[in-house]
Design a protein around this ligand. Structure first.
Ligand SMILES: Nc1ncnc2c1ncn2[C@@H]1O[C@H](COP(=O)(O)OP(=O)(O)OP(=O)(O)O)[C@@H](O)[C@H]1O
Ligand SMILES: [Mg+2]
Length: 270
């Protein structure tokens, strides 16, 4: 079965807003200059995708994004021969296109992909910087402005899906986490349009819920969800309803846990 991979290629007209948590902007720029591939790891909704979009725009390079999934094979990334009107023609996959065109190629949730993907990434992520296309016999050399960025969420991984050291040790790694509260408040406010004063208790609640990770919750509430919640409130939804819809229901299906979270929310946001 052939699974079409539709990459989104974008050149941002302006630089998307990103509030840095540490030295990641400088580190990424340096990795870019030194032609080193970068690995981003961190929980869902903490700003990894936004960071890559920000960096690509800042560097003025196109961004090629591929969301990896468990059916994604090396051929989906590199390309394949397809039948077109009686002829077989080679069609580049998103990785090949990115290597030909240059820019930042971002493989999101890379551990989800099939094992054979590592084989095409290896020669591209050491000092050879080449992409061999076995099928066409070509060997593409990555242009100077090509950069490979991959991300994954270490929390979700089963042992089976862990990234092999031989792959992992080809990347400079940046660890992401949720922003400290005093920094998350202005980010959520800017993204949602809700005042900082009203965002503050939502971030307080998020911090509290994140502390439950590993106990009652598999994953803490993401910045993305706090932004959803603030956006619902900014659009006129009563706070308690918005909190339930955006910050509680998405976290768990267990009635008891939910009831406990509602209580926590009531105590903090009213
Ligand atoms: N440091 C930040 N600066 C600006 N916005 C941020 C920041 N961190 C998070 N956000 C906001 O949170 C939203 C979610 O972040 P993003 O989509 O980048 O998460 P992610 O880490 O890629 O998550 P996933 O692993 O689920 O793909 C962004 O759309 C953005 O609005
Ligand atoms: Mg993402």
């Amino acid at each position: 079965m052939t699974i079409a991979v539709l990459p989104s290629v974008s050149v941002a007209p302006s630089v998307p807003f990103y509030s840095p948590a540490g030295n990641e902007v400088a580190l990424f720029e340096l990795a870019w200059r030194l032609k080193l591939p970068v690995l981003l790891k961190g929980p869902t909704g903490c700003g990894k995708t936004r960071f890559v979009a920000h960096m690509a725009a800042r560097l003025g390079r196109p961004l090629h994004t591929v969301s990896c999934h468990d059916d994604l094979t090396a051929a989906d990334l590199t390309g394949r021969y397809l039948l077109k009107g009686g002829d077989t023609v080679w069609v580049d996959g998103p990785l090949t296109r990115a290597v030909r065109e240059g820019g930042v190629c971002y493989l999101d949730e890379v551990v989800e992909a099939r094992k054979d993907v590592a084989v095409v990434l290896h020669p591209l992520t050491d000092d050879r910087r080449i992409l061999p296309l076995e099928r066409t016999g070509e060997e593409l050399e990555a242009p100077d402005d090509f950069m490979l960025v991959v991300s994954y969420n270490p929390g979700y991984q089963s042992l089976l899906k862990a990234m092999k050291p031989s792959t992992r040790q080809r990347f400079v790694a940046i660890e992401f986490d949720f922003l400290p509260a005093e920094q998350e408040v202005p980010v959520v406010s800017a993204e949602s349009g809700l005042s900082e004063a009203k965002v503050k208790p939502l971030v307080q609640l998020a911090t509290r819920l994140r502390a439950l990770k590993g106990h009652d919750l598999e994953e803490g509430v993401s910045t993305r969800l706090v932004i959803y919640c603030a956006s619902l409130i900014a659009a006129g939804m009563p706070t308690a309803e918005a909190v339930r819809a955006a910050m509680i229901e998405p976290l768990t299906d267990e009635a008891e846990v939910k009831a406990a979270l509602v209580e926590v929310a009531r105590a903090i946001v009213g």
